[in-house]
Design a protein around this ligand. Structure first.
Ligand code: GLY
Length: 394
C-alpha cells in the first residue's frame, strides 16, 4: 500500500481563464449531440441493433447485446436525451431495447465479468429512475446479485475478469461498476451489496493508486487476499498511467462518495484529480497514456476527458476548498470546450458518433482513433450535467 504524496495543481492559471462553455455554447453542443443520437438511432433501429463498442472510420456498425461491457451506454444516451428534453420520442426509442437486458441477465448471456454496472445502470437503472419500470429494476437487481458472485471474501474486492477464483485481480474501472451495488442496497434494503461495494472501493483506493497519485490499471492479490502487484492491460506499460484508468478513479471516487458520504475520500480524490490535470496537454484532452504528451505523435483518448469531466462535476457541489473548486470548474470548462470545438462530430455529417479521436485499446489494436460509445455517452452526460444540473444514473 503506497503512501500517496501531496500533489498540487501545477500552473493553475491555465484553468482560471474566462469560461467558454457559456449557456449558448452548451445549448448548441447539446442540440448537435441530440441530432447525432437521432442519426445513430436511424442506423440502429431496424432489429434493435446496438452500436459497436468503437466506430470504423467514425461510423458505428450494428452489434447485439450478447456480450461485452458497452451496450448500456447506447440506452444511456437515449435516456439522457429523454430526461434533458422531456420529449417522449426518446423514451419510445429506448424502451423496446430493455427486454434484451432482462433476457441477458436472466439467461446469463455475456455476463462472466464485472461490468454489470456499466451494462445495467445507464440502461435499466435509468429506466427505473425515470419511468418506474419494474422489470428494468428487477433486471438491475439480478445484475447486482450476479456481480456479488465475483466478490472475493478474503481480499474484500470484486474480481474483474476470468472465471471466479482464477485471475485474482481488480481493475480501476470497477469503481464505476460498484454504484450498482450501492443502488441495489437502497432498493432492496439488503446491506450486503453496500458492504461489498465499500470494501471493494477501499481495496481499490488503498492499492491501485501509486505514491505519485497515478494509477495502475489492474492490481493482483494473493490467494490469502493480501495485495500482490500492479500491472496493465490497456496502458503503455505496467508502470505507466493509462489515462482512461486515471479518469475511472477520478470519476469513481465521487460515485462512492455519493452513496457513502465519507469526507475522508477528499484528499485522495484531489490528488488523483490533480495528477490528471497536471498531465493534460495544451488542448486539455489526454493522450491515451500519460507517458505521452505534446509532440509525441501518439493518439488521444477523448473519452478520458469526458469521463473525468463527469467525475469532477459529480464532486464539485461537495467541495469545500473554494480555490480548488474554481480550478476544477475551469478544468471542466476547458476540457468540454476543447471536446466540443475540436473533437465533436458537429462538422462531420458522415459520422453517427458524437465524439471523435478516442482509443479503446492500443495494446489490443482495437478502436484506435475512433469514436467509442462510452466517450459519446460521457460527453453527453457532462453536457447534460452542465446544462440541466441532472446527475445521470450512477
Ligand atoms: N472499462 C473498459 C475500458 O475502459 O476500456
Amino acid at each position: 500500500m503506497a503512501e500517496v504524496k501531496q500533489v498540487n495543481v501545477e500552473n493553475p492559471e491555465r484553468f482560471l481563464r474566462e469560461k467558454k462553455m457559456t449557456k449558448e455554447v452548451l445549448e448548441a453542443a447539446f442540440q448537435d449531440a441530440c441530432k447525432k443520437v437521432e442519426q445513430l438511432y436511424e442506423d440502429m433501429k431496424d432489429g434493435l441493433a446496438f452500436p459497436s463498442h468503437a466506430s470504423k472510420d467514425n461510423v458505428y456498425e450494428r452489434d447485439n447485446n450478447d456480450d461485452g461491457w458497452s451496450q448500456g451506454f447506447w440506452l444511456g444516451l437515449l435516456w439522457l436525451c429523454y430526461e434533458a428534453t422531456g420529449e417522449e420520442k426518446y423514451r419510445e426509442m429506448a424502451e423496446p431495447y430493455l427486454e434484451s437486458f432482462y433476457s441477458r441477465i436472466k439467461e446469463k448471456r455475456g455476463v462472466a465479468h464485472h461490468d454489470m454496472g456499466f451494462v445495467f445502470m445507464p440502461s435499466c437503472v435509468a429506466a427505473y429512475k425515470l419511468t418506474g419500470n419494474e422489470e428494468a429494476k428487477e433486471a438491475a437487481v439480478l445484475a447486482a446479485e450476479h456481480l456479488m458472485t465475483r466478490y472475493h471474501e478474503k481480499g474484500g474486492y470484486i474480481q474483474a475478469w476470468g472465471a471466479v477464483g482464477e485471475q485474482l485481480r481488480l481493475i480501476v474501472d470497477c469503481m464505476n461498476n460498484i454504484p450498482l451495488l450501492y443502488w441495489a442496497s437502497e432498493v432492496t434494503g439488503d446491506s450486503k451489496y453496500y458492504d461489498a461495494a465499500l470494501s471493494h472501493a477501499k481495496a481499490t483506493m488503498a492499492n491501485i493508486v501509486r505514491e505519485d497519485a497515478s494509477t495502475y490499471h489492474t492490481f493482483y492479490f494473493n490467494e490469502d487476499g493480501s495485495p500482490s502487484h500492479g500491472s496493465t492491460a490497456q496502458g503503455a506499460s505496467d508502470d505507466s498511467c493509462w489515462s482512461r484508468g486515471q479518469s475511472w478513479i477520478v470519476s469513481g471516487i465521487p460515485l462512492t462518495y455519493k452513496y457513502v458520504k465519507d469526507d475522508s475520500v477528499f484528499p485522495l480524490f484531489e490528488k488523483v484529480t490533480n495528477y490528471f490535470l497536471n498531465h493534460l496537454p495544451e488542448d486539455y484532452v489526454p493522450f491515451w497514456d500519460f507517458n505521452f504528451t505534446d509532440g509525441s505523435g501518439e493518439k488521444r483518448d477523448s473519452s478520458s476527458a469526458a469521463i473525468a469531466a463527469c467525475g469532477i462535476l459529480e464532486m464539485l457541489p461537495h467541495m469545500k476548498d473554494e480555490k480548488l473548486k474554481a480550478i476544477y470548474e475551469g478544468a471542466v470548462d476547458e476540457m468540454m470546450y476543447s471536446l466540443y470545438e475540436n473533437y465533436s462530430t458537429k462538422d462531420v455529417p458522415e459520422s453517427n458518433g458524437l465524439l471523435l479521436h478516442a482509443v479503446y485499446s492500443i495494446p489490443h489494436g482495437i478502436g484506435v482513433d475512433e469514436c467509442n460509445i462510452w466517450g459519446c455517452y460521457y460527453y453527453m452526460e457532462a453536457l447534460v450535467r452542465m446544462l440541466k444540473g441532472t446527475k445521470a444514473y450512477w
